[in-house]
Each structure stands twice: as C-alpha cells, then as structure tokens.
Design a protein around this ligand. Structure first.
Ligand code: ZN
Length: 617
C-alpha cells in the first residue's frame, strides 16, 4: 500500500485487520464513518486484511491487530491513540505531524524495510514454485527435496569462499560501496593493535548481538556527486600569510559576510547571556551561534519557523549571519556530561557511547541507538527523538545560514576501539544528515564535523572521509585534548589533512590564547561562551589576563577599567563602580562586563587580521 501512496501527495490512513479479531470488529463502524467523513476532503482511508497480506504486514512490522498508519509521501507514522471517530479524525487531519515518522528498518520504504517485505513473500513464492515444478514440470517429490537440500549447501560454500578471500585495507574512507566494510574493519583492527583474525572474530560476535555493525561506514562520496554546494555561500581567501598557515578569508552568506579569523559568541536560547543582541551587533559581532536542542524544546522549531526563522524571531540584523548546531552536544551531555566536566572532575567513566539507557541528570536520556538519541524533555517530560533527519529538519525551520549534522559526542575516558565505533557512527549520521540537507538546501550551508578524539589515526580517517563529502565547510569537534598543547597538536594534524578550499570552524574553543595559536594553522572561526561566562563571573578580558573586578583593591579604583579600551562599558564607567555592582550582586554588572568582553574579542580578531595581512603571524 505504501508504494501506491508514495506516488501521490495525498494522505492515506490504513488499518490492518484480521478476521475474527474482536477489536477489529469494534473498529469497523468507526472506520467506515471515518472514510465517509474524510474521503471528500481528499484523505484516502483504506483497509488491508492482514491474514491475506503477510508480506506487507512484515514490511510494516505489524505486531497486533488492528494497526493504524498514516502515510504521506515516503513517511509512515503509526497511530497509538484511542479508536474513537474524533481522535482518529484529528490524527488524520493534522495530529499526525506530532508523531515522528518511522526511520531505519522500521520504515517500510527503507532498504531494510523493503527487504523485510521480500522475506515475508518467500513462503508464498516457495509454495507456488513447488506446485509449478511438481504439476507442470513433472518433478517428483524426492527430486524436489534433494534440490532443496542442495541450496543451503551451495550458499554455505559460496559464503565460505567469500570470507576466506576477504582482506583488510589501510585506514581511510571507502572509495566504492563494495569496500566500505573492509575499510571500516581496518580502522578497528589497527587502533586496537590486535591480530586481524581475533578482530574478525570479535566483529562477527558483535554482528550477532548489535543490530548495526558499529564499525560500518556510511555512504561513499559517489552517493553525493550531484550536489555541488550553495551559490549563496561563497568562501574566498583574502590573504595567505607568508609566515604561517594563517589566512584572512571571507565567507559570504545570505545574511552578510563573515571575515575570518572570526570570533563567534554563543547565544544558546537565541540570546546572549546578559547582552542584548542588538548591542552585540553594534560591537561588531558577525556570526552568532544558537543551540538547536534548547530551541527545539522551547519555543519549538515550528514556532520559530512561523516567525520567519531565527533572524525574524530574535530581530537579528539581516546582514549578520547565524549558525546552529545539531542539538547532539546537549543531548549527549545529558548522558555522559560534557568532556569539560569529565576532565575537571575525579570521575573517570569507562562507559560505551554505543550502549543504551545510560542516563544522567534525572534519567533524561532514554535510548541511544543507530536511529538517534531519544531523550525526555526537561521542560514537560515529552519523549523526543533526535535523529540526523529530525535535527536537520529542525535546523531548516530555524533557518540559520550555517547548520551542522548530528554527530555522537562520546565521553573522554573510553578505549580506542569504542572511540572508533563512535567515529563510525558519527560518519553514518553525518552522511544521513547531509543527504537530508541536500534534498532541500534552502540557501543554508552545512559543515561536516571531524571527530576522532585524541587518536591521530581516527582524526586522519575522519578528516579524509568527511572532506570527501560535499560539505560546504568543516567543523572540528569531539574531545580536543586536555591541554592547549594537545589541542594545538590535534588541530595541526587535522588542518594538514583538510582541503584549504573550504572554511574550518573550531567547536567550543574561543579563548584569546587558543584562538591566536590556532589561527596560525589556518582555522577560520571559533565559537565559545567564554567571554560572556567570564563576564558573569565578575572578570574582564585584557591583553595581560583576566581582570577580577571584585578584587578588594578595586574598591577605590576611580579610573578606566581597562586602559585604551573603547567599549561602551570602559568609556562610561569606572572600575570602582563596576566593583561596587559586582559586590552588590547587581544584574547589570554581568551585562557591563560581558559587553566589554565581547568587544575585547572582536577587537582582538581585528588586530589578528591586521597581523596576518602584514605577515606578522
Ligand atoms: Zn572595555
């Protein structure tokens, strides 16, 4: 029934019934009334006898009768409410939008779902073939039985031949669909340092217990060749330093140009902490970072879309671009805590990122699987699935200029083989995200995210695979080391593997010292809530370190807070007054200090541009 429905844009609602099923008989009069009510409005209401269509039941994973589905386009949703005319009619008229469509093997139109359907047809086909051979070809039962025995023997011999001839290749992305599994397995075997044969056995054992091979790689680059990026998104190098890899570039977006190296403040809930967005714009902020996870929960991506996107909703200037993340960082932080928290606590977790039901902070995470991450909203307890597709769809509704694919954020303290599985999953999710994005780009650019933690081999494999896909730019995420030295070493390697024709964003790193060092490697943009967080904690950024405004010796400092600073705070207020505000816990203190800190970061980037243009760095 799905293929027929897919051919049109009409909406179908079907039920699977079984003869002799009491609930099905109770539903019958309601169903007929529903068909009569909705038919004139163009909503087709159908009914399938499940006892006569077992293959279709297998494909739809029907486990009970009656089962009710809503089908539109290629999306299928299952109804789980009451069998009343009012509820069913409401679901068909629009409440279906509140239900997540089936994805993966649960989707009847997925490759896996179609395979289930084909498997379900095998008994009927076998039976028909048997009667054909016996009655029309005149084969005896003994001959047919011998033939049936020969089939599994031949299949076994064929599989044995294939497995014995299988070889591992070096680390790297697959060049064709046929070598995906081989390359993926090589990643696991190399990082663990175990003999290949042992790794083969371990992998086969995992394949029996895990639905999706954790080391399998996603679609090859050839699957994306029809997508050439966005005309509205252009990246150009203004100047390449002769002294280092530092560069000054321009990223043109539908909402203005970003000059790099660029500082990107984080406006989690479409608002900077304690700073008015219009004030930040006046300070010279170009790109601003918003978090999809928080905006999905409140006010909801649909509400933002109704307002015309984030720019309209938050009254952002039309010549200042926005970037949103996938929501994965916050969702995984519920399960594992952030890497920052992990590194700054005594807790040494050895958890697997692939395990399910690992919960934290009030059991908000319900499940982490190949499909995505299911969590319970901390606002109203509603279960929500964050999948690559739903994350991209939410970011389409938010309508930022740059969006990011869903990736997995594993804990820091994990073994390399578990990290390898996590990187492989991130690659599969990012490929799914990109596929969903290019169906309807909407003038948005999508950056691929490089993972691999502190593992050089995994970072290399991730850089090569992600850069082989038609992403508009790259972001470097995951654990970036415990120290600035480790961060620099990881980024130095990654920047050496990434192509230079697309922008590179560093996720979650934007303190003055690290920005200055990473800019010499050619990194382009940096996001962090560092400046506003430091301001809320009573400190001002300066070229010689943080100025703690609440320090006792500032009580009578009736002078400019930071020398030679032209920000609104420093040109208006004295250090003694700011000291008083902080000590008195006045809310405006966080605003005034954060305004200075954002201005400091913007000015620091301008000085950096000047230094690069003069080949001084
Ligand atoms: Zn200032």
């Amino acid at each position: 029934m799905h293929d027929t429905a897919s051919d049109s844009n009409s909406i179908h609602q079907c039920t699977s019934t079984s003869v002799g099923c009491p609930a099905c008989k109770d539903l019958e009069p309601v169903w007929q009334r529903l068909a009569a009510d909705l038919g004139p409005g163009g909503i087709l209401v159908g009914k399938i006898d499940g006892t006569k269509n077992r293959a279709l039941m297998t494909r739809f994973s029907v486990r009970h009768f009656p089962s009710i589905y809503h089908i539109t386009g290629v999306e299928t949703r299952e109804y789980s409410g009451r069998h009343t005319l009012q509820d069913l009619s409401a679901f068909a008229m629009g409440n279906w939008k509140k239900v997540e469509p089936r994805t993966g093997c649960a989707s009847p139109v997925s490759r896996c779902g179609r395979l289930y359907g084909e498997i379900g047809k095998l008994p009927a086909r076998g039976k028909a073939k048997y009667f054909e051979l016996r009655d029309q070809k005149q084969y005896s039962d003994v001959s047919l039985f011998a033939g049936m025995l020969a089939v599994p023997v031949l299949v076994h011999l064929k599989c044995d031949t294939i497995l014995s001839g299988r070889k591992f290749s070096s680390i790297g992305e697959p060049t064709s669909p046929t070598d995906q599994n081989t390359s993926a397995t090589a990643v696991a075997a190399t990082v663990s340092g175990q003999p290949e044969e042992n790794k083969k056995k371990k992998k086969r054992k995992k394949q029996r217990t895990i639905h999706v091979d954790p080391f399998s790689l996603p679609l090859p680059p050839s699957a994306f060749t029809s997508y050439q990026g966005q005309d509205q998104f252009r990246f150009s190098v203004t100047h390449q330093s002769t002294r280092s890899s530092a560069r000054v570039c321009k990223i043109e977006t539908p909402h203005g140009t970003i000059t790099t190296p660029g500082y990107v403040p984080v406006a989690t809930n479409a608002a900077l902490k304690a700073v008015d967005t219009t004030v930040a714009d006046s300070l010279g902020v170009e790109l601003m970072f918003c978090n999809t996870y928080h905006l999905m929960l409140h006010p909801g991506s649909e509400t933002v879309e109704q307002a015309g996107g984030l720019h309209s909703f938050m009254s952002r200037r039309r010549d200042r671009p926005l970037i949103t993340d996938s929501g994965g960082f916050q969702a995984f932080s519920l399960a594992y805590g952030t890497v920052h928290q992990e590194l700054h606590s005594s807790l040494k977790r050895k958890s697997s990122p692939s395990s399910e039901k690992r919960t934290r902070d009030g059991n908000l995470v319900l499940k982490i699987s190949e499909e995505g991450i299911t969590f319970r909203s901390y606002r109203d307890g509603t279960p929500m699935l964050l999948s690559p597709e739903s994350s991209i769809s939410a970011q389409k509704s938010l309508a930022a200029d740059i969006i990011l694919p869903l990736d997995e954020l594993p804990p820091y303290h994990i073994s390399e083989d578990i990290l390898a599985a996590s990187v492989a999953r991130s690659h599969r999710w990012e490929a799914r995200s990109l596929l969903h994005h290019i169906k309807e780009p909407r003038e948005q650019a999508c950056y691929g995210i490089i993972h691999g933690g502190s593992s050089t081999e995994l970072r290399k494999a991730s850089s090569r695979y992600i850069s082989s896909l038609p992403f508009d730019g790259f972001a470097v995420g995951g654990s970036l080391g415990k120290t600035s030295e480790e961060l620099f070493e990881i980024m130095q390697n990654v920047m050496g593997w990434l192509p230079r024709d697309r922008p590179v964003h560093v996720l979650g790193i934007a303190d003055p010292i690290n920005i200055t060092r990473l800019a010499t490697l050619g990194c382009d943009t940096f996001d962090s809530c560092h400046a506003t967080r430091v301001g809320r904690h009573g400190a001002m950024l300066t070229e010689i370190g943080n100025l703690r405004v609440a320090a006792g010796d500032h009580k009578s400092a009736h002078r400019t807070p930071v020398d030679n600073c032209s920000c609104p705070t420093c040109t208006t207020y004295s250090l003694a007054y700011l000291h008083h505000l902080v000590k008195a816990n006045e809310p405006i203190a966080a605003t005034l200090l954060s305004v200075h800190n954002i201005y400091f970061m913007v000015e620091m980037m301008k000085k950096l541009h000047f230094a690069i243009l003069n080949n001084e760095v």
